[in-house]
Ligand binder design. Sequence first.
Ligand SMILES: [Zn+2]
Length: 166
Amino acid sequence: MGKTCRTCGKTELTSSVETYLYAESGLPNVTLVGIEIRRCSTCGDYEIVLPRVTDLHRAIAHAVITKRARLSGAEVRYLRKYLGWSGVDFAKHIGAEPSTVLNWETDKDPIGMASDRLLRLMVVHGSPVENYPLEELTKIENERRPPLAVRLSPNANGWMQVPQAA
Ligand SMILES: [Zn+2]
């Protein structure tokens, strides 16, 4: 027996493996590949089955900090939440006013280059990344670019980045 829909209670959910735009991350372009989705054919509700959510969020954070361009507001917010901080906590850690952090996260002002680097280092320090030499920080360009596209798929060891769709 499958699981009955929690919303309408009428139909058994049907499982399928799909590619899923992970908008719940708060990032505009994170795609999860090979994800089980359970859908209700009656009301259209669905649930996503995400294995190893902690690993997933770490994999996304590590993908974001390898971005060569300055972090966007959504990326700053994602990394700040990943580190487990409120906006006020983060402002204290990074040495900025809370209103400044809010302006970064809402794209009113771009994050300062020094703060951008510090935030990336906090993520590296908070959860060690292999193959992230500090010289990478010197390659971050002072430009704003479209959102970073990340595609991740679960495997036996956690979550792996997979190539972009053609
Ligand atoms: Zn339903």
